[in-house]
Design a protein around this ligand. Structure first.
Ligand SMILES: CCCCCCCCCCCCCCCC(=O)SCCNC(=O)CCNC(=O)[C@H](O)C(C)(C)COP(=O)(O)OP(=O)(O)OC[C@H]1O[C@@H](n2cnc3c(N)ncnc32)[C@H](O)[C@@H]1OP(=O)(O)O
Length: 179
């Protein structure tokens, strides 16, 4: 298996996903926190990332949060394969999108992913349990800056994937208007 180069940069952030100096500290909305366990109900269980019965979906389980830092897990199944025996990179990016979106949800607004940057640090074998963590690093206007990682071999195992993102707050009409 390829050994990650320790000299490689340790953050996937570009300038676009780095909060500006005047960004505000993230504040968890107590209402969003209360709804945290009911996100599945909000999404109607059809979400590719977290729908518990979506065929071949990621079926990410949200395992808890501390402040805006949220935790989740999923198992890479054969249908998530890219190269033989290994998770497809797009699947790992989708998993990061989901957990980053969960932390954005805790801020209380309706956020969508504007930009998602991903570093694939080590291959993830099919059958792996991936432990996901995400946090908000700052809020600036409608933009929430997010970062996180996915580990294999346990919650404290080596990092396999890192991501940074900008989520943009949108009005309800974003989801309801006809297109
Ligand atoms: C889905 C959630 C449902 C909620 C239910 C509960 C959820 C519970 C957890 C579930 C977790 C799910 C996690 C999956 C989350 C997705 O996967 S969401 C789906 C993927 N994303 C999309 O479909 C978004 C598609 N894009 C768009 O609709 C529009 O481009 C956007 C993002 C709304 C922005 O358009 P806009 O409203 O016209 O905003 P705009 O004025 O252009 O930009 C506003 C600011 O954002 C900045 N910005 C805009 N785009 C970018 C960008 N790509 N990069 C950097 N900055 C940007 C602008 O520079 C601007 O900055 P300032 O000038 O204010 O400093």
């Amino acid at each position: 298996m390829t050994v990650p180069n320790p000299a490689r940069r340790t953050s996937p952030r570009s300038d676009l996903t780095t909060p500006p100096p005047d960004a505000a500290e993230p504040r968890v909305d107590p209402k969003a926190e209360l709804d945290f366990s009911e996100i599945g109900d909000v999404l109607g269980n059809a979400c590719f990332g977290c729908g518990p019965e979506v065929p071949h979906g990621l079926r990410i389980t949200r395992t808890g949060h501390e402040g805006s830092t949220s935790y989740g897990e999923f198992t890479v199944i054969p249908e998530h394969q890219g190269a033989p025996g290994l998770a497809h990179g797009g699947i790992l990016a989708a998993a990061m999108d989901e957990i980053l979106g969960t932390s954005a949800w805790l801020l209380g607004g309706r956020y969508v992913t504007g930009r998602l940057e991903t570093d694939f640090v080590r291959p993830v074998p099919v059958g792996s349990r991936v432990h996901l963590t995400a946090r908000c690093t700052g809020v600036h206007g409608r933009k929430a800056y997010m970062e996180g990682e996915g580990r294999i071999g346990g919650p404290d195992g080596p990092v396999a994937v890192r991501a940074a993102a900008v989520f943009i707050e949108v009005p309800l009409e974003h989801f309801t208007e006809e297109r």
